[in-house]
Design a protein around this ligand. Sequence first.
Ligand SMILES: *[C@@H]1O[C@H](CO)[C@@H](O)[C@H](O)[C@H]1NC(C)=O
Ligand SMILES: *[C@@H]1O[C@H](CO)[C@@H](O)[C@H](O)[C@H]1NC(C)=O
Ligand SMILES: *[C@@H]1O[C@H](CO)[C@@H](O)[C@H](O)[C@H]1NC(C)=O
Length: 165
Amino acid sequence: MMMVMMIISLLLLSIHINLIENISIEYKNNLTKKDCTYNDGRFGNIDLSRVGLKQGIPAFRHVPKDFYFYSYNPCYAFSEETPCTDVAIFEKNGSAYYNLGMNSIVSWSITIDGKVTLVYSVLNRQTIVNLECRDEIDELVINGEYEPRHYNLTLFSKCACWNGC
Ligand SMILES: *[C@@H]1O[C@H](CO)[C@@H](O)[C@H](O)[C@H]1NC(C)=O
Ligand SMILES: *[C@@H]1O[C@H](CO)[C@@H](O)[C@H](O)[C@H]1NC(C)=O
Ligand SMILES: *[C@@H]1O[C@H](CO)[C@@H](O)[C@H](O)[C@H]1NC(C)=O
């Protein structure tokens, strides 16, 4: 009897720990907008939180390139048509929408001379956003598809400079 109760309470304890872990992971994901800020010992900080818009609309909407349109918002998710809900980047071709990236699934690539590229990966697509330091109005340039389903964008912004924002 004692043994059974011990086993049951151990089981309950492990379920409880699992729940706590899941909750803390979710909490962490909400707080770290991974494409938003970056801290580097050599170069300093990049903070894109003033480039992205917070109201669920993208900073760059329907930027044309060839027959396609691209929308991008760093830091804060936005939505248009399914399956492009809570995305960072999408491509639109007529009435077809393709999710090209999420704010939470991204990696930062920094060259030795401090050039920064954000790499978004989602399903079978990948998007690179090259950050270019420029002290003028923010601009998004679509360089194109450099391989099938691999997209190349450049974001010009003061906030793309090290310690610029
Ligand atoms: C995290 O995001 C989820 C889904 O959007 C939401 O339900 C939850 O309340 C958020 N948690 C925190 C701590 O903000
Ligand atoms: C874009 O849409 C056109 C017209 O519907 C279609 O012919 C073309 O294959 C589409 N391109 C891609 C990459 O989906
Ligand atoms: C992305 O486009 C820029 C500007 O045209 C170019 O310099 C760079 O090499 C391209 N990157 C890739 C991976 O194609």
